[in-house]
Each structure stands twice: as C-alpha cells, then as structure tokens.
Design a protein around this ligand. Structure first.
Ligand code: FA5
Length: 356
C-alpha cells in the first residue's frame, strides 16, 4: 500500500469518525477502519512481504496511522457515550411533583382500638392500668385465686402448660392473676384495670379463639359493695355501647369471688329498652332473642384471695370482673364470626377507620 493510499485510508477513517453520531454508528466505523478487514489492518499484515529494508519505515507509518485513527475513535466514542447518557437521563427524569400511586394503607386492628378505648374509660373513672406477664406462674393463675388442686380448669384441656412438666408455668388462662400481682405489688386501696391476651385450649370457631383478650377490673377499698360493682359495670356499658344500657347479674360461681355472678348487658339492638324480657325481639341476631348479652364474670373478691395477698378481709373488701374483649367487639360492631377478628385480613380492619 502506498503512502498516499495510507493517508487516504486515514483521512476517510477520520471523516467517518467525525460523522458518526451514535454508538451503533461508531461501532461500524471501528469495524470498517481498524477491524481485521480494514485497509490499515490489511496493510499491516502486508509488512511481512516487503523487502527487509522497507519493513521498519512501513511499520512506523502504518502503526502511527492506525494509532491516530484509534485515538480519534476513542475520543469520539467517549463523546457519543456521554451524549447518549445525558439524553437517557433527560428522558428518564422523574417529576417528583406528579401524584403517584400510594402503597396500600394499613390499618390498626379494631381490637387494639377497642382495648385502648376501654382503658380510657377506666382511666376516666380514676382507675390505674395494670399489666401482668402472659407466661404466668401457676400459683398466680390458680392457687392465689383459690382454685382447688383438682379444679377442672387446671386440666390440660383448658390450660397450656409451659414445658418442662412441673415447671409451674402456664400461659395465663385469664387476666385474673393480675389481681394477686397488683395486690401484692401496690397494696390497698386499689382500683386497677388490666386489658391483655389470655390463652385456652379452645378450638377456633365462630365465637371462640385459643388466644383472646380480656379486661380485668379490680377495686379494693374499705366500704365497697355489690352496688359499686353494678354502678361501675353500668358506666362501662354506657361508655362502650352508648345510651343508658341496662345490666343484670345472674348468680354463678368463680373460686376467687363470693358471691359470684355472670354479667349480662341488655341487648342494644332490640327495642327492649325497659329491661323486660317480654320486650325482646325474638328475631334479634345479636342476643338470639333473649334480650340479654353475656359479657363476662364478676363478683365480690373472695376473702381467701385477700388473705393470700396479705390483706385483712375484715378491713378491706372489693369487687372484680373480667370481660371478653372479642365478645364486646362482636356485639358492638356486629361481627358474626371470630375468624374475621383473628385472621388478620387488612380489609377487615380498614373499615373501622383508625383512631389513635
Ligand atoms: C373468667 O375468665 C374469669 N376470670 C372472669 C372473672 C374475673 C370472674 C373477675 C370474676 C371476677 P370466663 O371463663 O367466663 O371467666 O371468661 C370471661 C369471658 O371471656 C367470657 O364471658 C367470654 O366473653 C370470654 N371468653 C371465654 N373463652 C373465650 C374464647 N375461647 N374465645 C373468646 N372469648 C372467650
């Protein structure tokens, strides 16, 4: 290849490089002008066929020419890459002021909201909120509450025992152990409410769950009577269900209260506002036509419990009650199936709105 031909090859390569505007074009220019089949590469391969005395000069010329083309290629490639990147960034620009699809909003579970609301009711009455552990000593869960050694509630079908056998620990089956704990810790007089989780070996069905919530109430003072218990329950019912709810107590039995009662609220859905059973709506789905809704157990604290906690029952007495919070939620908001409460589908929680 003559010197002129090499100069022409260089000129034509530099012109092609200058004209290329995209990375695809510059790639083609590279193949055409410095690729294996390009005039300069062919000339390079031809050096070996030249007479020895011409080889050095030819090598210098061709190598230098190819070097110039490659430098120009590198410079133009860099320009093109920068230009293309700038264009891509401009095209992908995000307008941060544009409205975007939000992540689906979560919701507080209505049980938590109701629990806070119940706690507020008691705080409003001047009571304190107490807490106890969910893994509880058998002594607090049963013995301190006057349960006999062979009380059926101690049997495995009701209680989750914590391994190993004989550990003396259970998952608390009710919030009542908080009674003994707070009596021992805080002394008397005492007015406490304790909302919290409890555990029983119940199957999950429309009205039962193995893990559910109760709120315990305990008031111990010098002159408390059943009338104070009824007055307190009326206040709680009024705060939770609105209006002037009517409550009734039915005789019952709990080892830790004497006398004991089941507490019913007059059905808030029926028209039976006068408290007469005959007024109940036989078709009412909330109370099954009875006119009454069972809310929990209550009674005057058994002197044996006070004695177990070092309190003189001739000086102090009081009342206690335990309400099922799921039960309150079901009745208050017409939830017909416990599964909806425990399954954790956010759509269930969402329509309660969020109260902080
Ligand atoms: C008790 O647990 C007593 N500790 C209540 C008490 C406290 C009585 C203080 C006297 C003084 P009971 O086992 O009846 O009582 O449960 C109380 C409430 O918990 C029931 O009325 C019901 O509303 C709720 N409950 C019981 N078992 C379940 C369950 N498996 N799922 C959901 N709620 C339940």
């Amino acid at each position: 290849m003559s010197e002129e031909a090499i100069a022409r090859a260089v000129d034509s390569a530099l012109a092609a490089i200058a004209e290329a505007t995209t990375s695809a074009e510059i790639k083609q220019v590279r193949i055409a002008h410095v690729g294996d089949d390009s005039p300069l590469s062919r000339a390079n391969r031809g050096i070996k066929d030249l007479p020895n005395e011409k080889k050095a000069a030819a090598g210098k010329l061709i190598g230098g020419s190819k070097g110039r083309v490659q430098q120009a290629l590198a410079a133009r490639s860099k320009e093109i890459a920068e230009k293309e990147e700038a264009e891509a960034l401009a095209k992908d620009r995000v307008d941060v002021t544009t409205a975007v699809d939000r992540l689906p909003r979560g919701a507080r579970h209505p049980l938590g909201i109701l629990q806070d609301r119940i706690a507020d009711v008691f705080v409003g009455l001047g009571w304190e909120i107490a807490e106890g552990p969910e893994i509880e000593a058998e002594w607090f869960n049963f013995d301190a509450l006057n349960f006999d050694e062979d009380h059926p509630a101690r049997q495995m079908q009701d209680t989750f025992y914590v391994a190993p056998e004989g550990s003396g620990q259970v998952l608390r089956t009710h919030t009542s152990p908080v009674q003994a704990r707070t009596l021992l810790e805080r002394g008397v007089p005492l007015y406490i409410a304790c909302p919290g989780k409890v555990f029983r070996t119940d199957e999950l069905d429309a009205t039962h769950a193995p893990v559910f919530n109760q709120v315990e109430g305990l008031a111990i003072d010098r002159d408390l009577t059943m009338a104070d218990l009824v007055g307190t329950l009326d206040k709680v019912a009024e705060a939770l269900f609105g209006g002037k709810p009517i409550t009734r107590l039915r005789p019952s039995y709990f080892p830790f209260t004497e006398p004991s009662a089941e507490m019913d609220f007059r059905c808030f859905k029926c028209e039976a506002k006068n408290g007469l059973d005959a007024d109940a709506d036989p078709a009412c789905r909330v109370c099954s036509g009875t006119g009454w809704i069972e809310m929990g157990g209550c009674g005057m604290v058994n002197p044996a419990v006070l004695r177990a906690c070092g309190i003189d029952p001739s000086e102090y007495r009081g009342f206690a009650f335990g309400l099922g919070i799921e039960r309150i939620l079901m009745l208050r908001n017409s939830v017909t199936d416990m599964h909806d409460i425990v399954e954790g589908d956010v759509r269930f929680s969402q329509h309660y709105g969020t109260e902080i």
